[in-house]
Ligand binder design. Structure first.
Ligand SMILES: [Zn+2]
Length: 112
């Protein structure tokens, strides 16, 4: 997930995780958000008609991974629910921007 987020960001397709990708409104703890790959990442409640609700912890973990260098990976804390949610969101984001799911995603899923 760390590599995918870094690769997407380098290519200019990294998901927006720290503000509404549609209107730019601030997001953060206590602000419900959804994830909409078409908008480019998390969206606020006002813009989230097409998005799927996402846990704040998942968004925070993904943002941490997006910003962290490899040494920071040791401090990542996530439960299974967050990891499953993040993996699904990231898969949807990649599939949306690539036009289809990469063949490698099923290989990566089989390793975890
Ligand atoms: Zn918004």
């Amino acid at each position: 997930m760390w590599f995918a987020l870094k690769a997407l960001s380098t290519a200019g397709y990294g998901p927006v995780l720290d503000a509404c990708a549609s209107c730019g409104a601030a997001t953060g703890p206590g602000v419900p958000v959804s994830f909409d790959p078409g908008a480019g990442g998390v969206v606020c409640a006002a813009c989230g008609e097409r998005g799927v609700p996402v846990m704040q912890g998942t968004v925070g973990m993904m943002k941490f991974l997006q910003d962290a260098d490899v040494g920071g990976l040791r401090s990542v804390r996530a439960d299974g629910k967050m990891l499953r949610e993040a993996r699904a969101l990231l898969g949807d984001h990649v599939a949306y921007h690539c036009g289809r799911a990469p063949k490698s995603s099923s290989v990566i899923d089989s390793l975890s």
